[in-house]
Design a binder for this molecule. Sequence first.
Ligand code: DCP
Ligand code: MG
Length: 617
Amino acid sequence: MAPSVQVVGFIDMDCFYVAVERVRDASLRGLPCAVVQYNTAVRGAPDLLADMNRIRQGHDAMGGIIAVSYEARARGVTRQMSGKEALKICPDIKLVQVPTGFGKADLRIYKAAGEEVVALLSRRADATEKRSVDEVAIDITSEARRLIRERDWATDLLPKAKGVSHLADSAVSRKAAAVSRESTRKGHEGQLKIQADAGGTHDDEDAAWEHLLSRTTSDNQPDPACCVQKLLVAGAIVIAELRAQVKDSLGFTCSGGVATNKMLAKLGCGLHKPDQQTVVLPHTVPLLMRDLPLDRLAGLGGDFGEHIKAAFGISTVGELLATPRHDVIRALPERGEWLCAFASGKDSAVDPVKDRHLTKSLSNCKTFFGSNRLTKPEEVNHWLEEFAGELHLRYVEEVKHHQRAPTTLCVSIGTGGGHGSGPAYWEQEQHTKQQSIDLGRRGTVFQISTNAKACFRKWHRGVKEVPLAITSLGLSLTGMVQIESRVSITSYFAAAASVPTSAQDSASATATVEAVEAAREGVVAIAPLARKSGPIAHFFRGAPVKRTASKSDLILEPGSQIDEAVLAELPWDIQLEVRAQTQRQTDAGRESLSAVKKPRRFGEVRTGNLVAKITID
Ligand code: DCP
Ligand code: MG
């Protein structure tokens, strides 16, 4: 049975940022809704944390729209609009602003939701490739093969797949494939319109399913093509089951595609949205690709695609395939052969699904066009400190959830561009400087910011004579390596002790992973509430922590007896450590204190007027 075929599923979450907001606030469900960027014109505005009320109305809805619910799309709202424009055409739209922190959008809630989806999908995948915040490619070959082995084809698999999947073999699919890249970007309005134009009928799809049934069941000696079709149909069931699980467990709907490679699966995924899925069977590929705009192929959306269009005077994949092959190869000696295979949808021209669940790097960047250009090193340093604060939080999460730490820091600097409008607006020159960084599991904001500033200084030294005019600045942490996961209880105390009591320079605060982890674990109570801004305060204000309990507690002092109920709430390795500590104390002959009711306290983290007391609740 077609041993080398890979069954690839592709998942794209529906109106993802809106979906995340709807899970957080059920009152948004079913309503026209959009997520808006924060308004960069309002400088120095206080941060809007994820848990705050972020619904925006009228004049405070100026930020651009970045995600649109399907209800709002049906009313003409698209991604390019400002919140204000959307309110004009859809007055009852709910506009939710992205959370902000460190002077920019704080996308952690969306990234975390994306990671949950990846983790769930990977349970049934041979390989899981996270492609973006809301796109995942999965290799489901083994699962598809298992279904074919274990379930009946004609009475179970095929009818079930028909009930949950579209085939790319339909007029609706072909029209959706012909939509320009620009229209798909405009909140996929093209697809909705096409479905309406096509009257929503999928009669030809029914016929295609019937044809598939007769081909795959009447043959005594099924040919390899039938085997591939069966595998893809079984894959469609796997994808439908996974999508249902994402919906039930996480509350998000998503769209899916199934094909023999990532490129075709992604194409299939975009043909029917939202909450639908499409199977691309090999024999339907030529017709599907015929009118596909060239720039919808991965890698052909930029300069390379423009070059091909101009060189051959073409705009669709069909036109490229109709161009004599030797002409393509002559014009593109290095990539021509590959391009023809890729445009034909050949599996050999597309990379297999890579097993990559996690982001390769943590990065942060911001543009400073027009009068916002950065002209002084102090301004650059300020932003690098802000970026360092935000990246530190994400690094802490990486250590906590995936036991990975970055080993390289990279500063990228864009100069030029940002004048007026037109192509020159984007003509930036990009410069990068990088150096290794040893964060381990105890890295600090200070380490990140000082390294970043050093990188910038190195770059600036080389261009000193030119007046500084930076139009984009980025900071990233890459080169992720696995680190040891075990945490010692003593490091919690060390963490508390190592945090400076003064935070004149917010970037010099050195909260360690352990202190931050302790807070996130919910064993931390914060008192009083943070009033100072800066990385540490940001963290604690955003963290899901409990406020100080008023109950009386037990102090853990040398010789204390441990309250078993309290201990049971700690991670198991810390329980072991605490038990070992008390055992050592007992062995040393110290007298045990009986369970005197006093506030129990494990440590304290102070930064300016922020005090985080690490206690057991
Ligand atoms: N996003 C963004 N800025 C953009 C494009 C997207 O911030 N210019 C964010 C918001 C989106 C998320 O990325 O919710 C995923 O992008 P998609 O292109 O997949 O769009 P959606 O998931 O919102 O909609 P769809 O249902 O069409 O996939
Ligand atoms: Mg999406």
